[in-house]
Write a protein that binds this ligand. Structure first.
Ligand code: APR
Length: 237
Protein backbone atom coordinates (compact mmCIF):
# COMPACT_ATOMS: atom_id res chain seq x y z
CA UNK A 1 0.00 0.00 0.00
CA UNK A 2 1.27 3.45 -0.93
CA UNK A 3 1.09 6.04 1.85
CA UNK A 4 0.58 9.65 0.82
CA UNK A 5 0.67 12.70 3.08
CA UNK A 6 -0.54 15.97 1.61
CA UNK A 7 0.11 19.33 3.24
CA UNK A 8 -2.07 22.24 2.12
CA UNK A 9 -1.73 25.96 2.72
CA UNK A 10 -3.56 29.15 1.86
CA UNK A 11 -2.76 28.76 -1.86
CA UNK A 12 -5.21 25.85 -2.16
CA UNK A 13 -8.09 28.12 -1.11
CA UNK A 14 -6.96 31.20 -3.04
CA UNK A 15 -9.00 30.41 -6.16
CA UNK A 16 -12.08 29.99 -3.96
CA UNK A 17 -11.68 33.68 -3.15
CA UNK A 18 -9.86 33.52 0.19
CA UNK A 19 -6.78 35.68 0.66
CA UNK A 20 -3.43 34.04 1.26
CA UNK A 21 -1.21 35.46 4.01
CA UNK A 22 1.98 36.55 2.32
CA UNK A 23 1.04 37.39 -1.29
CA UNK A 24 0.78 41.10 -2.22
CA UNK A 25 -2.62 42.17 -0.81
CA UNK A 26 -2.54 39.10 1.43
CA UNK A 27 -3.79 39.08 5.02
CA UNK A 28 -0.45 40.18 6.49
CA UNK A 29 -0.42 43.21 4.19
CA UNK A 30 -3.71 44.35 5.72
CA UNK A 31 -3.49 43.24 9.35
CA UNK A 32 -0.82 43.15 12.01
CA UNK A 33 0.33 39.60 12.65
CA UNK A 34 1.21 40.56 16.24
CA UNK A 35 -2.27 41.96 16.90
CA UNK A 36 -4.38 39.16 15.44
CA UNK A 37 -2.18 36.09 15.54
CA UNK A 38 -0.30 36.01 18.83
CA UNK A 39 -1.30 35.30 22.46
CA UNK A 40 0.18 38.72 23.32
CA UNK A 41 -2.13 40.42 20.80
CA UNK A 42 -5.13 38.70 22.35
CA UNK A 43 -4.09 39.78 25.84
CA UNK A 44 -3.53 43.37 24.76
CA UNK A 45 -6.67 43.87 22.67
CA UNK A 46 -9.03 40.87 22.65
CA UNK A 47 -11.84 42.85 20.95
CA UNK A 48 -9.67 43.74 17.99
CA UNK A 49 -8.47 40.17 17.60
CA UNK A 50 -12.00 38.75 17.90
CA UNK A 51 -13.21 41.26 15.26
CA UNK A 52 -10.62 39.92 12.82
CA UNK A 53 -11.80 36.32 13.23
CA UNK A 54 -15.47 37.40 13.26
CA UNK A 55 -14.96 38.92 9.82
CA UNK A 56 -13.24 35.79 8.49
CA UNK A 57 -16.05 33.67 9.98
CA UNK A 58 -18.68 35.88 8.30
CA UNK A 59 -16.93 35.75 4.92
CA UNK A 60 -16.29 32.01 4.83
CA UNK A 61 -19.83 30.91 3.83
CA UNK A 62 -19.59 33.24 0.80
CA UNK A 63 -16.93 31.07 -0.87
CA UNK A 64 -16.97 27.51 -2.14
CA UNK A 65 -14.55 24.63 -2.42
CA UNK A 66 -12.64 24.73 -5.71
CA UNK A 67 -11.39 22.08 -8.13
CA UNK A 68 -8.30 21.41 -5.98
CA UNK A 69 -10.29 20.63 -2.81
CA UNK A 70 -12.75 18.60 -4.88
CA UNK A 71 -10.00 16.53 -6.56
CA UNK A 72 -8.43 15.68 -3.17
CA UNK A 73 -11.82 14.62 -1.81
CA UNK A 74 -12.41 12.50 -4.93
CA UNK A 75 -9.05 10.80 -4.33
CA UNK A 76 -10.12 9.92 -0.80
CA UNK A 77 -13.40 8.53 -2.14
CA UNK A 78 -11.56 6.31 -4.65
CA UNK A 79 -9.40 4.99 -1.82
CA UNK A 80 -12.47 4.30 0.32
CA UNK A 81 -14.05 2.40 -2.55
CA UNK A 82 -10.83 0.40 -2.86
CA UNK A 83 -10.21 1.49 -6.43
CA UNK A 84 -6.57 2.06 -5.50
CA UNK A 85 -4.38 0.69 -2.71
CA UNK A 86 -3.39 4.00 -1.18
CA UNK A 87 -3.58 5.54 2.28
CA UNK A 88 -4.10 9.30 2.29
CA UNK A 89 -3.77 11.88 5.03
CA UNK A 90 -4.36 15.56 4.42
CA UNK A 91 -2.73 17.96 6.85
CA UNK A 92 -3.90 21.52 6.36
CA UNK A 93 -2.56 24.75 7.76
CA UNK A 94 -5.82 26.36 6.71
CA UNK A 95 -8.49 27.31 9.21
CA UNK A 96 -11.25 27.31 6.57
CA UNK A 97 -13.56 24.32 6.09
CA UNK A 98 -13.24 23.97 2.31
CA UNK A 99 -11.60 20.52 2.40
CA UNK A 100 -14.51 19.24 4.51
CA UNK A 101 -17.07 20.93 2.29
CA UNK A 102 -15.52 19.16 -0.72
CA UNK A 103 -15.89 15.87 1.19
CA UNK A 104 -12.44 15.17 2.68
CA UNK A 105 -12.59 13.36 6.02
CA UNK A 106 -9.11 12.11 6.78
CA UNK A 107 -7.86 15.57 7.62
CA UNK A 108 -5.93 17.34 10.38
CA UNK A 109 -6.28 21.08 10.91
CA UNK A 110 -2.86 21.67 12.41
CA UNK A 111 -3.48 25.43 12.89
CA UNK A 112 -7.02 25.05 14.27
CA UNK A 113 -10.41 25.86 12.80
CA UNK A 114 -12.29 29.10 12.27
CA UNK A 115 -15.59 27.47 13.22
CA UNK A 116 -14.36 26.43 16.65
CA UNK A 117 -13.83 28.32 19.89
CA UNK A 118 -11.75 27.22 22.82
CA UNK A 119 -12.71 28.03 26.39
CA UNK A 120 -9.51 28.70 28.27
CA UNK A 121 -11.38 28.35 31.59
CA UNK A 122 -12.86 24.84 31.18
CA UNK A 123 -10.91 23.71 28.08
CA UNK A 124 -14.10 23.00 26.08
CA UNK A 125 -13.92 23.18 22.29
CA UNK A 126 -17.15 24.58 20.91
CA UNK A 127 -18.41 24.65 17.34
CA UNK A 128 -19.18 28.29 16.57
CA UNK A 129 -20.43 29.99 13.40
CA UNK A 130 -21.40 33.41 14.76
CA UNK A 131 -19.55 36.42 16.11
CA UNK A 132 -17.65 36.01 19.35
CA UNK A 133 -16.92 38.92 21.69
CA UNK A 134 -15.31 39.22 25.10
CA UNK A 135 -18.87 39.04 26.50
CA UNK A 136 -19.79 35.72 24.84
CA UNK A 137 -20.23 33.08 27.59
CA UNK A 138 -18.91 29.56 27.24
CA UNK A 139 -21.86 27.19 26.70
CA UNK A 140 -20.21 24.66 29.05
CA UNK A 141 -19.01 26.69 32.05
CA UNK A 142 -20.61 30.10 31.52
CA UNK A 143 -17.34 32.00 31.89
CA UNK A 144 -16.21 34.65 29.43
CA UNK A 145 -12.89 33.11 28.53
CA UNK A 146 -13.47 32.09 24.94
CA UNK A 147 -10.86 32.50 22.22
CA UNK A 148 -10.75 31.35 18.60
CA UNK A 149 -9.46 27.76 18.42
CA UNK A 150 -6.62 28.92 16.22
CA UNK A 151 -2.93 28.16 16.73
CA UNK A 152 -1.16 31.51 16.98
CA UNK A 153 2.53 32.26 16.51
CA UNK A 154 4.46 30.88 19.46
CA UNK A 155 1.91 28.13 20.09
CA UNK A 156 2.23 24.42 19.37
CA UNK A 157 0.31 23.22 16.30
CA UNK A 158 -2.19 20.40 16.76
CA UNK A 159 -1.76 16.68 15.94
CA UNK A 160 2.03 16.94 15.76
CA UNK A 161 2.63 13.37 17.01
CA UNK A 162 0.20 11.89 14.49
CA UNK A 163 1.58 14.03 11.66
CA UNK A 164 5.19 13.17 12.44
CA UNK A 165 4.37 9.47 12.52
CA UNK A 166 2.59 9.72 9.15
CA UNK A 167 5.49 11.66 7.60
CA UNK A 168 8.07 9.16 8.81
CA UNK A 169 6.21 6.28 7.22
CA UNK A 170 4.96 7.84 3.98
CA UNK A 171 6.03 7.03 0.43
CA UNK A 172 4.98 10.34 -1.05
CA UNK A 173 4.75 13.80 0.48
CA UNK A 174 3.01 16.56 -1.47
CA UNK A 175 2.95 20.19 -0.44
CA UNK A 176 0.25 22.35 -2.04
CA UNK A 177 -0.10 26.14 -1.94
CA UNK A 178 2.16 27.03 0.95
CA UNK A 179 5.04 29.49 1.05
CA UNK A 180 7.15 27.16 3.20
CA UNK A 181 8.22 29.77 5.73
CA UNK A 182 6.18 28.79 8.79
CA UNK A 183 7.51 25.94 10.91
CA UNK A 184 6.90 23.18 11.79
CA UNK A 185 4.97 22.67 8.51
CA UNK A 186 7.90 24.06 6.50
CA UNK A 187 10.06 21.24 7.86
CA UNK A 188 7.70 18.41 6.85
CA UNK A 189 9.49 17.94 3.52
CA UNK A 190 12.75 17.16 5.32
CA UNK A 191 11.07 14.69 7.65
CA UNK A 192 9.45 12.91 4.71
CA UNK A 193 12.75 12.92 2.80
CA UNK A 194 14.53 11.44 5.78
CA UNK A 195 12.07 8.54 5.52
CA UNK A 196 13.00 8.21 1.83
CA UNK A 197 9.63 9.45 0.60
CA UNK A 198 9.33 11.11 -2.78
CA UNK A 199 8.48 14.78 -2.34
CA UNK A 200 6.53 17.02 -4.70
CA UNK A 201 5.58 20.65 -4.41
CA UNK A 202 2.55 22.10 -6.23
CA UNK A 203 2.60 25.87 -5.95
CA UNK A 204 1.99 29.01 -7.97
CA UNK A 205 5.62 30.03 -7.57
CA UNK A 206 8.72 28.45 -6.02
CA UNK A 207 8.31 28.37 -2.24
CA UNK A 208 11.05 29.02 0.31
CA UNK A 209 11.61 25.26 0.45
CA UNK A 210 11.53 24.46 -3.27
CA UNK A 211 15.08 23.11 -3.37
CA UNK A 212 14.22 20.47 -0.75
CA UNK A 213 11.60 18.81 -2.97
CA UNK A 214 12.37 16.12 -5.55
CA UNK A 215 9.99 17.84 -7.90
CA UNK A 216 8.39 21.25 -8.09
CA UNK A 217 5.39 21.91 -10.33
CA UNK A 218 4.40 25.52 -10.78
CA UNK A 219 0.87 26.69 -11.53
CA UNK A 220 -2.55 27.27 -9.98
CA UNK A 221 -3.80 24.62 -7.58
CA UNK A 222 -7.08 24.18 -9.50
CA UNK A 223 -5.04 22.93 -12.45
CA UNK A 224 -2.13 21.13 -10.78
CA UNK A 225 -4.07 19.25 -8.11
CA UNK A 226 -6.63 17.57 -10.42
CA UNK A 227 -3.72 16.59 -12.74
CA UNK A 228 -1.79 15.15 -9.80
CA UNK A 229 -4.85 13.22 -8.57
CA UNK A 230 -5.38 11.74 -12.04
CA UNK A 231 -1.78 10.50 -12.00
CA UNK A 232 -2.29 8.84 -8.61
CA UNK A 233 -5.54 7.23 -9.79
CA UNK A 234 -3.77 5.86 -12.87
CA UNK A 235 -0.91 4.55 -10.75
CA UNK A 236 1.57 6.80 -12.56
CA UNK A 237 2.88 8.27 -9.36
N1 APR B 1 -2.41 27.90 -6.48
C1 APR B 1 -1.30 27.43 -5.85
N2 APR B 1 -0.55 28.15 -5.03
C2 APR B 1 -0.92 29.42 -4.81
C3 APR B 1 -2.04 30.01 -5.43
C4 APR B 1 -2.81 29.18 -6.30
N3 APR B 1 -3.89 29.63 -6.92
N4 APR B 1 -2.15 31.28 -5.03
C5 APR B 1 -1.13 31.50 -4.21
N5 APR B 1 -0.37 30.39 -4.07
C6 APR B 1 0.83 30.19 -3.26
C7 APR B 1 1.67 31.42 -3.08
O1 APR B 1 2.57 31.55 -4.16
C8 APR B 1 2.37 31.14 -1.76
O2 APR B 1 3.59 30.44 -1.97
O3 APR B 1 0.41 29.83 -1.96
C9 APR B 1 1.39 30.23 -1.01
C10 APR B 1 0.68 30.90 0.14
O4 APR B 1 1.62 31.22 1.12
P1 APR B 1 1.19 31.95 2.48
O5 APR B 1 0.35 33.13 2.18
O6 APR B 1 2.42 32.17 3.26
O7 APR B 1 0.24 30.88 3.20
P2 APR B 1 0.65 29.59 4.05
O8 APR B 1 1.93 29.01 3.53
O9 APR B 1 -0.53 28.72 4.12
O10 APR B 1 0.93 30.22 5.47
C11 APR B 1 1.33 29.38 6.52
O11 APR B 1 1.30 31.20 8.05
O12 APR B 1 0.37 33.16 8.89
C12 APR B 1 0.44 31.80 9.02
O13 APR B 1 -0.97 30.48 10.24
C13 APR B 1 -0.87 31.09 8.99
O14 APR B 1 -1.33 28.83 8.23
C14 APR B 1 -0.70 30.05 7.91
C15 APR B 1 0.80 29.90 7.83
Amino acid sequence: MKKIVILTGAGVSKESGLDTFRDANGIWAKYSMEEVCTPEGFKKNPEKLQEFYNKLRKDLPKVQANAAHIALAALEKSIEQKEIDVELLIVTQNIDDLHERAGSQNLYHMHGELYKLWCTACDAKIEWHQDCTIHTPCSHCGQHKLRPDIVWFGEMPYYMDEIQEALLSCDLFVSIGTSGVVYPAAGFVQLASSAKAKTIELNLEPSAGTSRFNESRLGPATQLVPEFVQQVLKGEI
